[in-house]
Ligand binder design. Sequence first.
Ligand code: ZN
Length: 133
Amino acid sequence: MEKLEHIGIAVKNLDEANALFAKLLGKPHYKIEIVESEGVRTSFFDVGGVKIELLEATKPDSPIAKFIKKKGEGVHHLAFGVSNIEKEVQKAKENGFNPLSEVPKNGADNKIITFLHPKTTNQVLVELCQERG
Ligand code: ZN
């Protein structure tokens, strides 16, 4: 892991949350992006190099919709930037963590990503992300 890349926050209404976080952080989001495969609409804020990723479900059966139904809005995951995601996934497995996918998937913000199951990480959903080359 090289750095805390972003913090993902599940929200019910992205437009309302964008306005709230713009007020809180004193700056607007710099992009909105839909990741259709994950059923999510995202927006990003840059706070001194660490990003805040707001996540809104685009369909009722998406992981974010399920998360909000179960736990409500709030912090959803921590994302750590890595330079070799395949190697990190392998290392995580060797160390007893449980990657949710063996092969990294396309994520928002020009990244390939994989998650580690929160059961193996003190109930914190951990994302590994690598800049798409
Ligand atoms: Zn993320």
